[in-house]
Design a protein around this ligand. Sequence first.
Ligand code: BGP
Length: 482
Amino acid sequence: MALSDSFLWGGALAANQAEGAWREGGRGPAVSDIAKYRPNVDPREYAIHHAHTVESITAAMADDDETYYPKRRGIDFYHRYPEDLALFAEMGFTVLRVSIAWTRLYPTGEETEPNEEGIAFYEGLFTEMRRLGIEPLVTLSHYDPPLALALKNNCWVDRGTIALFERFARTCFERFGHLVKLWLSFNEIDGIVRHPLTSGGIIEETVEGSILQACYTALHHQFVASASVTRMLREMWPESQMGCMLTMLKTYPLTCHPDDIAATQAKDRLLYLCTDVQAGGAYPRLALNALARQGVEIPFAEGDAELLREHPVDFISLSYYMTLAESVDPDAERTPGNTVLGVKNPYLESSEWGWQIDPVGLRISLIDLYDRYGKPLFIVENGLGMRDELTADGRIHDPYRIDYFRAHFREMIRAVDEGVELMGYTSWAPIDIISASSSQISKRYGFIHVDLDDLGQGSGERRRKDSFWWYQRVIATNGADL
Ligand code: BGP
């Protein structure tokens, strides 16, 4: 068997990591604008989650210098997107995942009318994608809540944010709905517990009571908002589709000791919580009980349960980078990966940033998700962050990247052969962009190199890596020639 002719191939970006132009076009500040690059930190210790205080945020915003705030400059996709899209089209992309910066449309999140300059930017972007035959797959919220809402009321902790987000989504559907048919509500919605500010606009020092409770309150509000905009999309554009987005972090038991299996099962319960709600339509009872034991209560309002039940997503999208292991043995070796701390799996290699590379885990993940929900899946992030070297011949030879993708594609195709319905694949990221967790560009993911270093020095010039032509052939043969 092979991939179907309608299978979509492409790449994925996020506004806050690519666009730059943080103060242009009427854009308001987002939480990503205060993400600071810290030189000389061990790569494995980079964490998305740093403790932010109102004071540190205010100081960061008073600092106009972009040097240490790489997300403010991104890779200047805001101005250079025609060139970048042309390169994606040259690779044969049939889909590109991008996100809309909420603060380009609503600078503080609270305006009653959208900023027309922001609308014009995205209209231009989506129109150009369509002209090139590239289907837009658009995330409404990708790690960039309005900073004004974070400072005002911890953004998603406040139920009032649902209505503001609905207004933003309505504008997106009204103004871009004729160009965009595939939508995602929240990027890695489960991430809020790992990085409350980035995902939820939550400034921990200002939270009254438990931070865990604040995170689950915010998460519930995001679930409600997601279901609500799914309903809105169905009313406005019945042929369009809405997906949820999960960080697929599959955990393996380190041994077959029953205690390790039980510990893994408990982790899985929380892993699937978000998809159970967004795709299954209800909170799973055992996860609720587990949260209740930690003192967490979900703030259901009247009508929430019905809304979640009646408007599940059409498809499930996932990011996939690594798997984790779990053990009850306190002496088991921990792995310092920058996203999540797990137990080291002795069978897997890790990247410099501590992410365990596991192609078979992709197949396992796809089969798990499809078995559980029976809904179409979409891999919307997968890739390898590496330092690349520009050699004397003016090229970037990146066989390690090709090896990584080849191994993952084999497993992806095996899962499809077994019967998993997979709509498409978008690599993270097809062009080097600023890393979410470390704010580095030197953690490079692209098939296209961008001549910039971590402090923003360089021409910004785009250059095809060896993997560019390799991916081009993969797409041209619909995955037959790996
Ligand atoms: C995911 C995020 C992306 C992204 C990617 C790679 O969690 O959705 O925004 O950047 O991970 O992570 P990083 O950039 O930290 O290497």
